[in-house]
Design a protein around this ligand. Structure first.
Ligand code: BGC
Length: 736
């Protein structure tokens, strides 16, 4: 018996050894990637190639079963892994094991100004995607915050291209370390939701290269993203998903991107453009599956049967098809066919913990008059929590980033958890905004219906406010249509549901008033002077309430900073001042490079809260700003350093910001631009030196006539600030 088994083992070993020898090149991961790609390609039929370049279900595209090349499975999205959907529908499939951990939305992540947080985020989110067997994560989004009305700003990383670029790189590295590709979106110029499939963006080359492209370029060249998603809008009259300028000239030729271009769902409109203009995989095209009477509606996709027919009739060749398949094969080798990729994990406590740490670091203390915060047991025994957003789940809704979560801690529950028996917490709703709570079949399970009249709700809130030692009002926006939500833009900068009046009255009823703003966008705060404390709370995911409580109670010293400007009124924002948002069939970015703080500074318009702003419970003193030389040549690096000391009694973190000002230039330039930042942790009394390296790229503008970046000799200033407006000092230097 034993002999028989031994013989069988020997036979198997020999068979394996043979199999090893016979391993085709494309399966041999010791071979160079391009050799493997060419080998696999050479073994494929035209039909197999065509199958690979379009969807077979809502979120998957075929592999080549005959060759053992797996399918590609995509998933939204930027801040959590979307629930499984039915094969052909948006509707959730009602699995019982797909409830994820929600991470803070990307506006929150960017507000940490901490690259390590972006890495932690990417690594944890990638683990969730990998466990669910997705090899492409549809995110992150890095479209620039142009108007506070864009419904999808909450999914992006703010108004500054440098900051977005710095934060996207570690996110990508974190996700891709799991063998899961990021699909950075939406490339490019997708800055409004109104008529998002039809609007043609007109933008000058300087704004394109200096403002709208840098974060994508960083994603490709520094992050090494394996996929990019085309946008819905048009540019130069061509859909972005098959746009020769964006995809061929810039992405492929200038940046040498070797990954996959995935169309946004339903973003393809033309077979020939899709063939020739750089698109690799088509998703989400609507077909009725009937008119053409095909068995599979997906055969009707632009890059399916119509493409094959063009090839078979000889009207188009197969060169482009091969290029597309090459890109897709590279994706397979990097993800599904990487034998060393980890297995991932899903919905774990470790992920929830990471999500909480990121959320805590992202919260921005906007105002704290007379140090009203943190909450103090000696003064604030009885806390009135008021407002719908104190209880409303925010992970369900908002469009494709909607999630089904393992759990979500509301601000009220977070505050109660933390308060324990030491504090008394009372709640009043104050107003009814959006009582709904379902999206694509995922239900929040909350019953937020409240039939009381506005007057009754108000009366209760005022009574509760008066009887408490302090009021924490949790309001802002939510994920319903025309708020922070995909598919529509907001209609106004104002807070909805009569919150302004309510806030004013409550702050009169109790002067110890804290406003916590839940949103992914700036809102108007006409009552700002009447309110002593304001906190920007974002959409914070699974641990939202606990993170907010940590900051309110001072367990965590706030260290987030704004990544976009809060204007006082809508017309203070460039796009609105120039009547250039939203467009319908066409939109012209009339403000050119003067987006966000660049506009406010040029026009000298004081914001409500500036870009880069955020307070702490401690204080920091900046000193000794100096440069290591007074003159630099084009290939030299200038080092600028500053000492920062924590002069308060609490440990805390500060985001030290470096802005560059080109004081003499032949082209118009912003007054200053962010070109460096470091987040440093300082114990009470501790001092550290922060050093920034400034190179040619940091001094350059994009010369649209020469079509190249130019660092023009002359004088510059390196400006150190705690925000774009809180300037601590500067040094001048000359570029030779
Ligand atoms: C969105 C994308 C998303 C895709 C798939 C589209 O409507 O614009 O961001 O990834 O749907 O859900």
């Amino acid at each position: 018996m034993i002999r028989k088994i031994t013989l069988a083992c020997l036979f198997l070993l020999a068979f394996n050894a043979n199999a090893q020898q016979a391993l085709p090149i494309y399966l041999d991961d010791t071979k160079p990637m391009e050799e493997r790609v060419e080998d696999a390609l050479s073994k494929m039929t035209t039909k197999e190639k065509i199958a690979m370049i379009h969807a077979q279900s809502k979120f998957s595209s075929p592999g080549v079963p005959r060759l053992g090349i797996p399918e590609n499975w995509m998933t939204d999205g930027p801040h959590g892994i979307r629930p499984e959907v039915l094969w052909d529908e948006w509707e959730q499939a009602s699995w019982t094991n797909d409830s994820c951990i929600a991470f803070p939305a990307l506006t929150a992540l960017s507000a940490t100004w901490n690259r390590d947080m972006a890495l932690l985020y990417g690594k944890n989110l990638g683990e969730e995607a990998r466990y669910r067997n997705k090899n492409v994560l549809l995110g992150p989004g890095v479209n620039i915050y142009r108007s506070p009305l864009n419904g999808r700003n909450f999914e992006y990383m703010g108004e500054d291209p440098f900051l977005a670029g710095e934060m996207v790189v570690p996110y990508i590295k974190g996700v891709q370390s799991n063998g899961v590709a990021t699909c950075v979106k939406h490339f490019a110029l997708n800055n409004q939701e109104t008529n998002r499939h039809g609007v043609n963006v007109i933008v000058d080359d300087r704004a394109l290269y200096e403002i709208y492209l840098p974060a994508f370029k960083a994603a490709v060249q520094e992050g090494g993203t394996w996929a990019i998603m085309g946008a819905y809008n048009k540019y130069k009259g061509q859909q972005a998903c098959h746009n020769s300028y964006l995809l061929q000239d810039i992405l492929r030729d200038e940046w040498e991107f070797d990954g996959v271009v995935v169309a946004d769902w339903g973003g393809v409109h033309d077979t020939k453009e899709a063939i020739y203009n750089g698109l690799d995989i088509e998703f989400g095209t609507w077909t009725d599956g009937l008119t053409w009477g095909r068995s599979n509606a997906y055969d009707n996709y632009y890059m399916a049967a119509p493409y094959l027919e063009l090839i078979e009739s000889g009207e188009v060749g197969t060169k482009e098809l091969d290029d597309k398949v090459r890109n897709i094969l590279r994706l397979s080798f990097r993800t599904t066919m990487d034998r060393n990729r980890p297995f991932g994990s899903f919905g774990t406590d470790a992920h929830a913990k990471a999500s909480r740490i990121i959320a805590e670091e992202s919260i921005v203390l906007l105002k704290n008059k007379n140090s009203l915060l943190p909450l103090d047991i000696k003064k604030h025994k009885k806390i009135a929590v008021i407002g719908e957003n104190a209880v409303k789940m925010m992970t369900v809704g908002g469009g494709s980033s909607s999630l089904k979560v393992r759990y979500e801690v509301s601000p009220l529950d977070g505050i109660k958890n933390r308060a324990g028996n030491d504090f008394e917490v009372v709640y009043a709703r104050g107003y009814v905004g959006d009582a709904s709570g379902d999206y694509n079949g995922v239900v929040s399970g909350q019953n937020l219906k409240d039939d009381r009249s506005e007057a009754e709700l108000r009366e209760e809130a005022l009574r509760v406010a008066k009887e408490a030692d302090i009021v924490v009002f949790v309001g802002g926006l939510n994920k319903s249509d025309f708020q922070d939500s995909e598919g529509n833009d907001r209609k106004e900068l104002e807070l909805p549901y009569g919150q302004n009046e309510l806030i004013r009255d409550l702050a009169k009823a109790n002067s110890k008033f804290v406003y916590v703003n839940i949103s992914g966008n700036a809102v108007a705060m006409p009552w700002e002077k009447e309110v002593p404390a304001i906190v920007q709370g974002w959409f914070l995911g699974t641990e939202a309430g606990n993170a907010i409580a940590s900051v309110l109670f001072g367990d965590v010293n706030p260290s987030g900073k704004l990544t976009f400007t809060f204007p006082v009124q809508l017309k203070d924002n460039a796009a609105h001042a120039l009547n250039a948002f939203p467009g319908d069939d066409e939109v012209t970015y009339k403000e050119s490079i003067f987006v966000g703080y660049r506009w406010h500074e040029k026009q000298n318009i004081k914001p409500l809260f500036p870009f880069g702003h955020g307070l702490s419970y401690t204080t920091f003193k900046y000193s000794d700003i100096k440069a290591d030389k007074a003159t630099v040549s084009q290939d030299e690096t200038l080092r600028v350093s500053v000492k920062v000391k924590n002069t308060g009694k609490r440990d805390g973190a500060e985001v030290v910001q470096l802005y560059i000002s080109d004081t003499e230039s032949s082209l118009p330039r912003p007054i200053k631009e962010l070109k460096g930042f470091e987040k440093i942790y300082l114990k009470a009394g501790e001092e550290k030196t922060v050093t920034f390296s400034i190179a040619k790229e940091d001094l350059s503008y994009f010369d649209d006539k020469k079509h190249q970046w130019v660092a023009e000799p002359g004088s510059f200033k390196a400006i150190i600030g705690a925000s774009s407006q809180d300037i601590k000092g500067d040094v001048r230097f000359t570029l030779k």
